[in-house]
Design a protein around this ligand. Structure first.
Ligand code: NI
Length: 155
């Protein structure tokens, strides 16, 4: 059956295994080596799926900016209104008297979500930030990872 567990062995340097065991310990009593390896493989597959054209993703974009810096707030607002279909919600935190943090949650085609994030990150006045995305498992073009792998091998 597709979900039956299959055993395989992995060789790695002892020093890497020691660090891996420390990571397993940090994740708590409910996790063992096998479960952490499965989590890491699922993360890698979800990240890889984000490369497939039409892949739908959820993203969180965290940015920091100084609200006194030029018209940064107006520019950020304009971008978010232009892409209201991709932007689910925005949380604004006043970090101190000058600095603001926004966490913007996005949903849509991976390439559009990345473009919107780059526009926001590239807005003058945004000092830094980062985008984290994960696949919803839905492909808006109906492509599967196998279809995409096939198009790559045909090149
Ligand atoms: Ni603020």
């Amino acid at each position: 059956m597709a979900n039956d567990l299959v055993r395989f062995s992995v060789a790695m340097p002892e020093s890497l295994l020691m660090r891996f065991d420390a990571l397993v310990a940090k994740r708590g009593l409910a996790k063992n080596r096998s479960e952490v390896v499965r989590d890491l493989v699922r993360d890698a597959i979800a990240e890889d799926d984000c490369q497939i054209p039409g892949e739908e993703v959820m993203g969180t974009l965290t940015i920091m900016f100084n609200h006194h810096s030029g018209d940064v707030r107006e520019k950020l607002d304009a971008i978010q209104h232009d892409y209201f279909e991709q932007i689910i919600t925005t949380t604004h935190v006043h970090v101190d008297a000058h600095v603001c943090m926004e966490v913007i949650i996005l949903r849509g085609d991976a390439s559009v979500v990345k473009d919107v994030a780059n526009m926001i990150l590239g807005t003058k006045g945004v000092t830094h930030g980062n985008l984290t995305i994960t696949s919803t498992g839905v492909n808006l073009l109906g492509l599967s990872s196998a279809d995409f792998a096939e198009t790559l091998t045909r090149r």
